[in-house]
Design a protein around this ligand. Structure first.
Ligand code: FE
Length: 212
C-alpha cells in the first residue's frame, strides 16, 4: 500500500548513547520541538540496544549525516546491532559531554532526556540540547535522497518501515539478490564480479540470491 505518510520528510541521523561503551543506530525521525530551551524528539524502536542504553543513562547524541557520508556507515549503524558489534570501531568519532558523535558530519548535539512516551513499537525520547558540535558545510542527507539516490531501504526497526508487497511470480522471472549487510535488494540474473552494494559498500560476496 502506498501510504500518504511516506510523503513526510525526514533526515538520516546516527543516534548514539554510551554506558560502558558507545552504542548507536540510524534514525530518520528526529525533529525539533522547541527552540528555548532547544528541545528535540527522536523515535527509537524497542528492539534497538541504543533504546535500552538511552533509558539507562538518560542521554543521547545525534549526528546529522551528509549526502556524502560513506554508505558503509549507514550499513553498519542501520543493519547491525550494537549488542553484537562495536559500530564505532572503524568510524572517526569524538566525544561531546561523554557521548559519541561522528567526527566528519554536518554536525551534532547531545541531549538530556526530559520525557519519554511509549508506543507499541517505539519509544519517543524528548531531549534538551546540552552541547553541540559544529559540522562541515556539506548538505544534510534527507530520507528521500537516501531512498531515491542511494536506493536505500528502511530497516525493519525504522518507524517508516513498510513490508515489501509479495511479488506476483507469474510476472517476475528475474532473480532478486539481497545484501546480507544492509538488506538492499536488486533484480538481476547475475551480478557482475565488481558489483558493490550502493548502500553499504559491500562486495558481491555479501549478496545472496533470493528465489522468486
Ligand atoms: Fe549493503
Amino acid at each position: 500500500m502506498k501510504h500518504v505518510l511516506s510523503k513526510i520528510s525526514y533526515g538520516i541521523y546516527i543516534v548514539g548513547s554510551k554506558m560502558d561503551r558507545p552504542v548507536g543506530c540510524i534514525a530518520n525521525s528526529v525533529m525539533q520541538i522547541t527552540s528555548d530551551p532547544s528541545t528535540v524528539a527522536i523515535s527509537i524502536n524497542h528492539n534497538n540496544y541504543t533504546n535500552e542504553i538511552i533509558k539507562k543513562t538518560g542521554q543521547f547524541s545525534v549526528s546529522i549525516l551528509s549526502e556524502k557520508v560513506d554508505p558503509s556507515i549507514i550499513g553498519t549503524f542501520g543493519y547491525q546491532s550494537s549488542r553484537k558489534v562495536d559500530k564505532y570501531k572503524n568510524v572517526e568519532t569524538e566525544e561531546l559531554a561523554g557521548l559519541p558523535l561522528l567526527k566528519n558530519s554536518c554536525g551534532g548535539f547531545v541531549c538530556r532526556v526530559v520525557a519519554t512516551t511509549e508506543t507499541s513499537s517505539h519509544t519517543i525520547f524528548i531531549g534538551e540540547v546540552i552541547a553541540q558540535q559544529d559540522g562541515n558545510s556539506e548538505i544534510p542527507m534527507t530520507y528521500r535522497y537516501y531512498q531515491e539516490v542511494l536506493k536505500g531501504k528502511s530497516p525493519q526497526n525504522a518507524p517508516t518501515y513498510v513490508p515489501e508487497e509479495s511479488t506476483d511470480q507469474t510476472q517476475s522471472k528475474k532473480s532478486v539478490w539481497r545484501c546480507k549487510v544492509c538488506g538492499y535488494t536488486i533484480e538481476a540474473d547475475t551480478l557482475p564480479e565488481d558489483f558493490v552494494c550502493p548502500v553499504c559498500g559491500q562486495p558481491v560476496s555479501a549478496f545472496v540470491k533470493i528465489e522468486v
